[in-house]
Design a protein around this ligand. Structure first.
Ligand code: NAD
Length: 382
């Protein structure tokens, strides 16, 4: 089969869906492996590295997509790229599927079988395919590194002949995959770290990384389904705000990672809290693309408000593109193996497999994912 990966063309995207390592694995299975010219360049993977592993280089998007059986991507295809997808081809990528029935309808119209990796159920068997974890982990790390770079002071405590430099204090809001990595990174850099999450289950994980868990007095738990958080009541939000106002005043660095799947990110940091923080403090809002956890963050911008620098960079994993691509490409390869027969060179899709069913958006000209199917049907009725 012809398996291809394009040069991603959306803004802020430096990652690539196929690395030289994965192209070798696919070539060894007997596939024709092709990348678009320069596909890995922004991730530090030159064309020559692919060629050395048995991949071919297509001069442009059109020749790449021509007769392709499987297309591996990072971000959703643009309108032009959708038109280039061959009928009955398989598309695998992070397709931003939540509520995106427009994309699903276009892919169905082209009779493409599309899999959105974000929809893979987070069960143990699917851990090696979990792009949300692999990318969030690096985003959490990079958020702390970016904060440290902007911070005009040192992170660790230093005892010097010229006196003592105190350690920085960091608060991590949301202790999921990104948050736990942010805690670990800030600790490694020597900061005193505390963290907050609405799911009490993470307290132990936060403490095992050497951070203090901030508790909000309430009988309400934020534990939703599948290990995710749910939206909290008005009363809880008020208590949480009062607690955070107190804690925020003492912090130098705040990294926010709180998300609720398929919903806007919860607003955790108000203007008042920013105003009361110490001048020179840094906030990094990792949730900025889904609305932001901080009232003053602006998507894609660094802003200064009341002397506090707020980083609202888009696409954090893409800010560390080499490693983000390496782990993403391995996730994709592990998912692809599930679609291939035992020899690895023919398609053998088990449509009853819960991972396949969970990720499948379109097949045979129809939208088949229940979440998008019902949205598309509602749209038709209107
Ligand atoms: P996420 O990106 O959806 O959310 C990030 C964090 O924000 C979560 O910990 C969530 O509880 C927290 N949050 C939501 N609202 C908040 C609020 N108002 N205030 C403070 N924090 C808030 O989640 P994620 O990091 O992708 O994953 C969350 C969890 O899913 C993991 O910690 C884990 O338990 C589970 N998970 C399981 C597997 C698996 O294979 N079994 C894999 C990955 C993740």
């Amino acid at each position: 089969m012809k398996i291809v990966a394009p040069k991603e063309c959306t803004d802020f995207e430096c990652r690539v869906a196929m690395t030289p390592e994965v192209s070798k694995k696919l070539a060894d299975l007997g596939h024709e492996v092709v990348i678009e010219k320069g596909a890995g360049a922004l991730a530090g993977m030159p064309d020559a590295a692919y060629e050395a592993m048995g991949a071919k280089i297509a001069k442009d998007s059109k020749s790449l997509h021509q007769d392709a059986d499987i297309i591996l991507r990072v971000s959703p295809p643009t309108e032009g790229e959708i038109k280039a997808l061959p009928k009955d081809s398989i598309l695998i990528g992070m397709l931003k599927p939540h509520g995106n029935e427009k994309l699903a309808a276009e892919l169905a119209k082209r009779k493409v079988t599309a899999f959105a990796l974000e929809f893979i159920p987070r069960i143990s068997r699917a851990q090696s395919m979990d792009v949300l974890s692999s990318q969030s982990n690096l985003a959490g790390y990079k958020a702390v590194i970016d904060a440290a770079a902007e911070f005009e002071r040192a992170m660790p405590m230093m005892m010097t002949a010229a006196g003592m430099i105190p350690p920085a204090r960091a608060l991590i809001l949301g202790a999921g995959v990104a948050g736990l990595q942010a805690i670990a990174t800030a600790r490694r850099l020597g900061a005193i770290v505390c963290a907050f999450d609405v799911r009490p289950a993470v307290k132990e994980q936060v403490e095992s990384l050497g951070a203090v868990f901030i508790e909000v007095e309430s009988i309400e738990s934020g534990e939703g389904t599948g290990g995710y958080a749910k939206e909290m009541s008005h009363d809880y939000k008020k208590r949480q705000q009062a607690k955070l106002e107190d804690v925020m005043r003492q912090q130098d660095i705040v990294i926010t990672t709180a998300q609720i799947p398929g919903k806007p990110a919860p607003l955790l940091i108000s203007e008042k809290m920013i105003k009361e923080m110490k001048t020179g403090s840094i906030i990094v809002d990792l949730a900025v693309e889904s609305g932001g956890n901080c009232a003053a963050s602006v998507a894609g911008k660094v802003v200064v408000k009341h002397g506090i620098k707020i980083l609202g960079y888009l696409n954090f994993p893409s800010r560390i593109p080499f490693d983000a691509s390496q782990v993403y490409a391995r996730n994709v390869f592990n998912f692809l193996k599930l679609l291939l027969g035992t020899g690895g060179n023919t398609l053998d899709i088990d449509w009853k497999d819960e991972i396949v069913k969970g990720a499948a958006l379109t097949h045979g000209g129809d939208i088949i994912h229940p979440a998008l199917k019902s949205l598309a049907e509602k749209e038709k009725e209107i």
